[in-house]
Design a protein around this ligand. Structure first.
Ligand code: AMP
Length: 166
């Protein structure tokens, strides 16, 4: 068992029935610097200009990774939080849809995309699309947890790095 696992709480039926929510707050509280070091390993930082963090747990991890590696940080936010000029990407959820937004980027750059948990991959796929539409080439993606049984990112050969895999 990975030493981080004992600090992750599995919360059944949150936020809705049938989902086992991975609560990483105890892990962040007990092991924050080790977590940031672990999630930053195995990434080719030479090919990354900036870190893009997905609201909101992607901010916690991504901002600390950017600080550790001396990179800039770009927030990708939920609808309506960022002032114009923005660019948006909507994606389907089980019920309804959601939208991610970024401030329009004017200079082509290479980025690392960061979030806490990769589940079905809907969020990360939309985030990748939004980056590419916004002149930001996604060279790598970093997650703390990959629920591999819910997505096929690895099989598709996408550049995904994760610390814990289920
Ligand atoms: P998905 O789009 O299905 O890959 O879901 C990814 C987003 O939902 C991430 O931003 C996660 O923070 C959150 N998420 C999905 N499933 C879980 C889970 N089992 N535990 C914690 N967070 C989750």
């Amino acid at each position: 068992m990975h030493p981080f696992e004992s600090h992750i709480r599995n919360v059944p039926d949150f936020p809705k029935a049938g989902i086992i929510f991975k609560d990483i707050t105890p892990l962040l509280q007990e092991r924050f610097s080790e977590v940031i070091e672990a999630i930053s390993q195995g990434i080719n930082w030479d090919e990354i200009d900036h870190v893009v963090g997905i609201e909101s747990r992607g901010f916690i991890l991504g901002a600390a990774m950017a600080q550790l590696k001396g990179k800039g940080f770009i927030p990708m936010r939920k609808k309506g939080k960022l002032p114009p000029p923005i660019i948006a990407e909507s994606y389907a959820l089980e019920y309804g849809s959601d939208t991610l937004e970024m401030i329009i980027n004017t200079k082509a750059a290479k980025v690392l995309l960061v979030d806490d948990v990769l589940a079905t991959g809907g969020t990360l796929r939309a985030a990748m699309k939004l980056c590419e539409k916004n002149q930001l080439k996604v060279t790598s993606m970093a997650l703390l947890i990959n629920l591999t049984f819910l997505n096929n990112f690895k099989e598709e050969g996408l550049p995904v790095h994760s610390v814990l895999n289920y």
